[in-house]
Design a protein around this ligand. Sequence first.
Ligand code: C5P
Length: 414
Amino acid sequence: MAVEEMTGERTTGKTVLLIISGGIAAYKALELIRLLRRAGFGVSCVLTDNGGRFVTPLSLQALSESKVYADLFSLTDESEMGHIELSRAADLLVVAPATANILAKMAAGVADDLASTVLLATDKPVLVAPAMNVRMWLHPATRANMATLAGRGVHVVQPNEGPMACNEFGPGRLAEPPEILVAIELLLAGQTIGVASAPLAGRHALVTSGPTHEPIDPVRYIANRSSGRQGHAIAAALAQLGARVTLVSGPVSVADPAGVSVLRVESAREMLDACKSALPADIAVFAAAVADWRVTTAASGKIKKQPGAEPPTLALVANPDILASIAAAGPERPRLVVGFAAETDDLMANAQAKLARKNADWIVANDVSPGSGIMGGAENAVHLVSASGIETWPRLPKDDVARRLARRIAETFG
Ligand code: C5P
């Protein structure tokens, strides 16, 4: 990587003291330093003993272009810069990754190494980005420590949910470096973050996800290839920003997102009823791939194959349009209604037509042509279509599309 790209032209004049504690996620600190430098921040690093098992002082020093501090009793460090000076020189202290151990030390006021001593001695704002095994994160001891730290005004970038290095699944993954960067930028701009002051705190979001199954008879149904990944990721991302989320999901095999209430349905008509029952909502995101048609009258018994007889003809009838009916003007219309348009042809024209026809505020348009790998895949390439124009986003993992969309939603409620 070129040095110009690392350092960038910009400088904010602000310095972050990045404390890296031990955990498999410590490698993400390297990417965070790169992003901070590119955004114009000065970065100095404190590495704990355990952190040093995962990343080397040399790589931190190369990326931060600054000395890395590790030893509380290093005389050179003390003569150049004591631990009090270290935090005085910074505008913000960031602990990323923050292990259960360092959070416990912070809560208890333990100062037995350079990192914990700096954290106890500082009068600067502190941001922690926890990363640990899901059980450690959910343990009452960690819950209590987090509550203590929140009570003292420590800011938190909540961990994400997902597969973990220890083969478990759940909340505890270090937030992605771009999310930590956003939190740092907000804090240094004098804004607040964290659950209590999360941008969508107090808002109710309704999200639909997955396919619908339309019965033909008790054993057969009409369905589609939707996995529910994108809708579920959006529900999780909105919850991360503090919204109360109701997820109305068709049959999927992805896990329920943490902290979200899930209403499970099968057919489009059940999905509509569940959505109506969840109102009022401030935000509604319709990511479900709802079947356009259902069999007019599903057979009550299994349709039999008759030897020599013609195959049965299925008479179809249109399903209710859930998005259009919730977005129709009225006192219960959510303030922001977001639809999806998965198209194989004329993507933009179809998305714009859908925006008007369904009375949506935004349409997230994506090309699901065969070969795009998007339907059922892990990535998405979308365009955000609204009355004010079209924004094209890069191809991103579905989780990142969800986080970006949730942040855009939060901005409109800011
Ligand atoms: O008309 P089309 O199915 O392409 O529109 C897609 C958008 O409308 C998606 O947001 C989808 O969730 C929503 N939709 C719906 N109910 C339907 C059909 C689509 O909510 N019956």
